[in-house]
Design a protein around this ligand. Structure first.
Ligand code: EPZ
Length: 430
């Protein structure tokens, strides 16, 4: 089983370029099948979840041509199936986007209930509420969602919970519904805006994405387009925290600084220097960094997907910090792993009380999910000695060339698949 082996202690220094946003790309790939014309998408991140989505799109009959590692041409004109079902698609959360896309285009969809990181119960009741409001019949049988409509008709939908997935899914289904749908209490993440912009580039009529009220006026059909995915806000934030935790000096390129404001603000609060450029941000860690408090919130609040990475950074700051996780109910699984490295975090309900420590010592740890896995890598980079991170498949779902990008910043990290490779690494780095 592949692992990361890390020898910590090197401050990260240099330039790193961020890939396309995974959570925008997943919605955009699903939406791309809603037209019978060619869609060209570039700046796709080359990560596992994207590749699973592309395979599923191909399996239902769409044409998928990989132009290059980050560019794909898709044509949904020959789809012969509205049933998406394979063992891989069941493992990712974004499989649910096929419901909105297929229901919107074919008025019918059959998709397994989603998988994804085990960070909480992750229901899809708000998605179903939206589809039913548009006139679809939706039932769940044998772990599969069956959705069907004679016609989709606009509705006024109020989300009970601010949900990224439900917002994107309902936008897709409503894009081809008759009349104007109003979606209130919508999520406002950058990837919501990116999916809305993508749909509009296909001829949809969506206004207000990025605010909590989105208006979708249905159109008869969608046409082909060419589109480039926005940079990944969370990958950028992960490298920002890695720079802070290792007391490094890193220029993170191909970012939209506005998307990073909550993360930049918190790193400045603990004493880091954060300098913004048009499409880059530079983070300079300081020898002494202070504690602060974090509460995860829907955008533009502090992102839940940055909570583990920030908790590791706060573990290496002076004083006691409080981290409140208000989005998911099970997103502190990294705390026990971090304790093996000397972390001192107590979890009470949805609050983690973090007592800063002088430093971590390397240990063998397990990645419990995607972002916690990335956080444990950051801990290993800052630790004294060797750290081995297991279950790195989680990390590879959302980070392209993670170890190569870190190596380019001076990190001593390698992906190994055997004790022999582990020994070779230790011989090499000493
Ligand atoms: C998306 O998940 C992201 N995944 C997650 O990123 C991210 O953490 C999350 O949004 C919040 O930003 C993808 O985009 C593939 P939600 P999603 O619906 O859509 C509750 C990563 O690390 N809820 O916004 O599943 C839910 O339980 C991943 O890249 C309902 O109650 O998140 C949660 O408490 C992890 N009913 C809250 O809303 C519903 O129908 C937010 O969930 C839907 C959600």
């Amino acid at each position: 089983m592949e692992q990361y082996i890390i020898k910590g202690g090197n401050p990260l220094v240099g330039d790193v370029t961020v890939s396309g946003a995974k959570n925008a790309a997943l919605g955009i790939l699903a939406a791309s099948i809603m037209t019978n014309e060619d869609v060209l998408i570039d700046n796709l991140p080359d990560v596992k979840d994207i590749n699973v989505m592309l395979e599923a799109i191909q399996e239902i009959g769409a044409k998928v041509e990989r132009v290059d590692r980050h560019t794909v041409r898709i044509n949904g004109g020959h789809i012969k199936e509205v049933s998406v079902d394979d063992e891989f698609i069941r493992r990712i959360r974004a499989s649910y986007y096929f419901i909105g896309a297929l229901l919107g285009k074919y008025k019918s969809a059959q998709v397994p209930l989603p998988g994804g990181c085990n960070i909480g119960s992750r229901p899809i009741d708000q998605h179903i509420k939206g589809f039913r409001a548009l006139g679809a019949e939706v039932v769940i049988e044998r772990g599969t969602v069956f959705a069907h409509a004679i016609d989709l008709v606009a509705s006024h939908i109020y989300l009970d919970v601010v949900s990224v997935g439900a917002t994107i899914n309902i936008m897709m289904a409503a894009a081809l519904a008759e009349g104007q749908t109003i979606l209130e209490n919508a999520a406002k993440e950058p990837h919501i805006v990116d999916v809305a912009n993508f749909l509009n580039s296909m001829g949809a009529n969506i206004k207000g994405a990025g605010t909590d009220t989105i208006r979708i006026r249905g159109v008869d059909h969608l046409h082909g387009t060419e589109y480039s995915i926005i940079p990944d806000q969370i990958e950028a934030g992960t490298f920002m925290c890695a720079a802070a935790a290792t007391r490094g000096d890193v220029m993170i390129r191909n970012v939209i600084p506005k998307h990073l404001e909550a993360i930049s603000a918190k790193l400045m609060e603990i004493g880091c220097e954060v300098i913004e450029f048009d499409d880059a941000v530079r983070v300079v860690g300081k020898p002494v960094q202070r504690h602060t408090d974090i509460k995860t919130l829907p955008y533009p609040g502090f992102p839940t997907d940055m909570q583990p990475q920030m908790a590791v950074t706060l573990s290496l700051a002076n004083g006691t910090s409080m981290v409140t996780e208000s989005i998911f109910e099970n997103r502190f699984k990294y705390v026990d792993e971090l304790a093996r490295m000397g972390g001192c975090i107590k979890v009470e309900g949805n609050v983690a009380v973090i007592d800063g420590v002088k430093g971590f010592t390397g240990a063998q740890v397990n990645a419990p999910d995607l972002r916690a896995g990335a956080a444990l890598v950051i801990a290993g980079l800052a630790a004294d000695g060797y750290t081995v991170v297991d279950e790195i498949g989680y990390i590879q779902r959302g980070y392209e060339c993670f170890e190569e990008k870190l190596q380019s910043l001076g990190a001593m990290i390698e992906k190994v698949d055997s004790d022999r490779e582990m020994r070779k690494f230790k011989m090499k780095v000493g």
